[in-house]
Design a protein around this ligand. Sequence first.
Ligand SMILES: [Zn+2]
Length: 352
Amino acid sequence: MSAFRSSRSYVAALAAVVVAAPVPAYAQSPSRSASVLQSADSTILNAAIAIARTASGVEQIWPRYRPKQGALALLRPPETILLVTSGRPPAGYAAVRERSLPRELRGRVYLRRGPLPNVDEHTFGTAVALGTDTIWAVAPMGSDSSDFFRKLEFYYHEHFHLAHQRGGKFVETPEARRRARFGQPLVDPAHLTPKFATMAELERRMLSAALEIADVDSLRTHLRRYLAVRRERAGTLLDVVEVERRMERDEGTAMYVGCKAAALATAAPLERAVACILKELERDLEKAPKGPEADARLMRWRLYGTGGAIALLLDRLRPGWKPLVEQGMHLDQLLAQAVDFDPTKAVVAHPG
Ligand SMILES: [Zn+2]
């Protein structure tokens, strides 16, 4: 049995234990300081186990991205937070003393039941003050309720936004701080012509093909063509360039971290993380949400996949790229450097 399968079946078995176990005798006497897991907590408990076991490994996915004090918190809307910490929990959290907890979590799990203040609807997270640190509770949600990988990917994606980006790790320009109002387009609608959309689609296909190219020289040649098409489409449209770069940096890196960390936490091979990003890159934008911005299909949802794919390519072509992103470099700039793209010599083969 592969490590992947044995890990998944362990999680499934533990979920069964949590769901089916009779209520321990000690849980029947009410205690102000103890809390009991419910069957509905099994997803956040299983996620907590996987995330706790992956805690030291995520730093290899993104530098300095690791749980503060080894702590983590998971949210189950509308009224539960599961906290794992070796330290003292904040007020309102009660210890969980289930004997079915795996050894590494025993004595470290706390629950808070009740209305959750300050839940950020946009990012699906809420802050938990732990000593002088803030850690973020995130709900491991997913469109497919049976897909544990997808739940962990969602958790890490949103957690990375909160812990990394809100921590100010990405340099922001004044223009980038300007937030588009929901319902309004992010860029001048006149720029989003049918030709723009056709070329953007061609670029997605070129990035998708790039992930399959084994030979480095062929890959570099292919990516120079990709960058030439991209430049031809958007190079002079400053609002487009700015939105694409910011969206690819923020959402592309969150895709990258979410997919890679979920693969690590489920003991899946790297190919699973690549497939996770490819799925986003190849999504049918006609079926993507039309919001929150008026031009979200082209100027938001397209860019999660392109950013995630470029991040994967930079792993191959530009080791050490992540601190450079934190210092203000953009993913497409790093890619251009990595493949010696010279825009003055770029020749574009026009799509149809
Ligand atoms: Zn995101």
